[in-house]
Design a protein around this ligand. Structure first.
Ligand SMILES: [Zn+2]
Ligand SMILES: [Zn+2]
Ligand SMILES: [Zn+2]
Length: 294
């Protein structure tokens, strides 16, 4: 091997320092924790990195963040430090406050970014374009909006595809999507919010079988968890999901990571006996900073 070949190999090896990975950037429901107005034990201690639900995807050439949460600054910083690539793109799921309000930090008052790519479904895109202060991000070109279409994958690179999949949710201002993420070798499903599994036009059991990693709505553990009618804020209770997934073999259950946990959710406590029982069955809980190779 001549010198230039060796040099080429060295450059190739050192340039591949970050294999494509998915990283958990936040695990909580929109309101986070400590949660406004909550004086209970669940919010009496704030834990480090207790951020609102979000995931990142990165390698040497890109950083992608799904959702811009109220904790966006710390999450974006963590992701960019990992990938060492400051070219951040954002994919939005929907217009509930935990999922897009972090965009405000891109505006003139703060980062004043130039054409940060933001991917959104048609109603979500229109919501940003036609309502202040978000519309100012568009007029000042802090962000550049790219319209997504349901179940039409976007090719980010030769080794990464992202597919928005619409889900039933309280769609007051926008439609709601989850994302399928396809890397070179593995794929993931991310659905932080959905009303109930049975209202979806996809079968969640099939989706679990299809993907290597599954990060799904675990907002509430069970009925009666918060002191107001829970039908106002429908989510699949973890208890319901566990029942629905009970027929899956252990290996399939191990793909499932519950995410988007409400401050009140007892599984936030690692010593909660029912959480330990679930872990023995194979189920997992998303953890800040945990990484998954794609
Ligand atoms: Zn949410
Ligand atoms: Zn609380
Ligand atoms: Zn929502």
């Amino acid at each position: 091997m001549n010198f230039s070949k060796i040099l080429g190999l060295v450059i190739f090896i050192t340039s591949q320092t970050h294999a494509q990975s998915l990283v958990i950037l936040g695990t909580l429901q929109d309101g986070g924790s400590p949660h406004m107005g909550c004086n209970k034990i669940c919010c009496s201690v704030s834990k480090p990195n207790d951020f609102v639900s979000s995931i990142g995807i990165y390698d040497d050439s890109m950083s992608i963040i799904i959702d811009a949460t109220p904790d966006f600054e710390q999450q974006a910083r963590f992701l960019i430090n990992k990938s060492e690539n400051a070219n951040l793109s954002i994919f939005l799921t929907h217009a509930h406050i935990g999922h897009y309000t972090g965009l405000m930090l891109l505006g003139r008052e703060v980062a004043s970014t130039k054409n940060t790519p933001v991917y959104a479904m048609p109603r979500m895109k229109k919501f940003i374009e036609t309502n202040g202060p978000w519309s100012q991000l568009v007029s000042l070109k802090n962000i550049h909006l790219n319209e997504l279409s349901n179940e039409t994958p976007i090719k980010i690179s030769s080794s990464l595809k992202i597919n928005p999949v619409q889900v039933p949710h309280r769609d007051e201002y926008s439609e709601t999507v989850g994302y399928e993420i396809y890397g070179d070798n593995k794929s993931a499903l991310y659905i932080p919010d959905i009303d109930k599994w049975e209202l979806w036009n996809h079968k969640i059991l099939d989706m679990i079988r299809k993907h290597n990693y599954v990060f799904i709505d675990g907002t509430f553990f069970g009925d009666g968890e918060i002191p107001r009618p829970m039908s106002e804020v429908p989510h699949p209770f973890i208890e319901e999901s566990v029942k629905l997934f009970s027929t899956l073999p252990f290996k399939q259950k191990q793909k499932i990571h519950f995410i988007h946990l409400n401050h009140s959710n007892p599984v936030r406590n690692e010593n909660y006996p029912k959480r330990i029982e679930m872990e023995e069955m194979g189920f997992r809980f998303a953890k800040f900073g945990e990484e998954f190779k794609l």
